[in-house]
Ligand binder design. Structure first.
Ligand SMILES: Cc1cc2nc3c(=O)[nH]c(=O)nc-3n(C[C@H](O)[C@H](O)[C@H](O)COP(=O)(O)OP(=O)(O)OC[C@H]3O[C@@H](n4cnc5c(N)ncnc54)[C@H](O)[C@@H]3O)c2cc1C
Length: 402
């Protein structure tokens, strides 16, 4: 039986909450610090809702820089770049470009796949043990390709044909009839029957509710800062007071970059802004399967009786406020692709910053500070990877001697 530790988790997004949950289940005592009044209200709030365990290829890939240049001239471009006089942006972009080759992409995709499958297993276990009420479903996911070359590359990358079925346009329409209107424009699709969807914000609320049933859990609302303590340990200060703690897990999303500065650490994190629309539609017209329109990089997921549509990567955005032009473009794209699922005019709009590393691989690891662990940088896959990253942290904690 591993020793019981007192652990502070900084950040109450999906990553901090799953971490706290995994640690409480392992018998530790956990204090979660969240600066907002409620948990799950930043990047974890209005995301695409896809638990995309099989499709985990990072954005950094061969050909992406050239493709991105052609996108720049489109107002509804999947990626927009605003260069700034900011060394953090230049550093991140340089590392991103260095990762844009097939070998690095494949190696990173393999690491992400391992973590994603671990995540799926952990969530399955947690659901069996009673975690509920977050609109979880397992409808499978269809990645639809319009471009024949990209489709053929994706089809060649399929490792397990049971888990990733290569489909013709007619098969795509059969798998998800709501998208049948698209089939004449498609080259084909890849269907992952085991992929899931859920509402990430409701998942955060369920985790918190369950955590609050434990006497070993405490939530503190306040802004945490990190500082150097004795003998290579770091300390957490909240509302002016130091928290007594054995270990600290930093899971503060994008803000983690600034939080570690007093400790002399530099994290390769950058905020990639994305957008979502949530449409209340007639349930009969909503797609059942979750769909990614690959060429436009738009994802569609039915969450209960609503349709969540998420897309776009803005590099160089200063904050998470929704840009009306980008929202209008997304609304237009969605309306063109899935006209019946409206009413789009009354869609709830949202934007958030994905806390991204250049390679797409999160930092789930120990640091040179003997009591500090990182669980940050999950980028476009934070919901998908959250449970796997949380159990990885649990295992690292158990390896650390008191
Ligand atoms: C448009 C969009 C669509 C997406 N779609 C998907 C999807 O379909 N599937 C998927 O897997 N992922 C998706 N993602 C990615 C996913 O949402 C993120 O990776 C994930 O939410 C990151 O979680 P986090 O806990 O690291 O960050 P956050 O949710 O931002 O949580 C960090 C928390 O730390 C708190 N905090 C910060 N600083 C401090 C401090 N000093 N003291 C105390 N608290 C602090 C913040 O208030 C916040 O609550 C999407 C993201 C976007 C933007």
């Amino acid at each position: 039986m591993p020793a019981k530790r007192t652990i502070t988790v900084v950040g109450g997004g999906v990553i901090g909450l799953t971490t706290a949950y995994a640690l409480i289940r392992a018998g530790h005592s956990v204090t979660l610090v969240e600066q907002e009044e409620h948990v799950g209200e930043q990047a974890s709030f209005g995301n695409g809702g896809q638990l995309s365990y099989r499709y985990v290829r990072p954005l950094a890939d061969a050909g992406v820089p050239l493709e991105a240049l052609s996108w720049m001239v489109r107002p509804d471009s999947p990626i927009s770049l605003r260069l700034r006089l900011d060394w953090k942006q230049w550093r991140w972009l340089t590392d991103f470009l260095l990762a844009c080759n097939a070998r690095t992409n494949s190696a990173n995709a393999a690491r992400l796949l391992k973590l994603a499958l671990q995540s799926q297993l952990a969530l399955h276990q947690w659901r069996q043990d009673g975690l509920a009420d977050f609109l979880w479903r397992k409808p499978g996911k269809l990645v639809a390709y319009r471009n024949a070359q990209k489709f053929s590359k994706a089809a060649k990358n399929v490792k397990n044909p049971q888990q990733e079925q290569v489909l013709t346009p007619a098969d795509c329409a059969r798998v998800e009839p709501a998208f049948a209107g698209l089939s004449p424009t498609l080259a084909g699709g890849i269907f992952s029957p085991d992929d899931e969807v859920a509402d990430c914000y409701l998942f955060c609320q369920s985790l918190l509710k369950s955590l609050q049933n434990s006497k070993e859990f405490r939530l503190i609302n306040g802004v945490a800062t990190l500082e150097a303590g004795q003998a290579g340990a770091c300390q957490v200060r909240v509302n002016g007071a130091l928290l007594p703690t054995d270990l600290v897990v930093l899971a503060a999303g994008l803000a983690s970059r600034t939080l570690v500065q007093p400790l002399g650490l530099t994290l390769p994190l950058y905020g990639l802004k994305g957008y979502s629309l949530t449409v209340e539609a007639d349930p009969v017209l909503l797609p059942d399967v979750s769909v990614t329109d690959y060429d436009n990089r738009v994802v569609y997921a039915r969450l209960g009786e609503r349709l969540r549509i998420a897309a776009m990567v803005d590099i160089g955005a200063l904050n998470a406020s929704p840009d009306p032009q980008r929202i209008a473009s997304l609304r237009h794209l969605a309306e063109e692709t899935l006209p019946a699922a409206g009413p789009y005019a009354s869609a709830v709009t949202w934007a958030g910053m994905r806390p991204a590393t250049p390679t797409g691989v999160p930092l789930v690891e120990r640091t040179q500070w003997r009591n500090l662990l990182l669980n940050v940088g999950h980028g476009a896959l934070g919901f998908t990877l959250s449970c796997g990253a949380a159990v990885t942290i649990r295992d690292l904690v158990e390896e650390m001697q008191p």
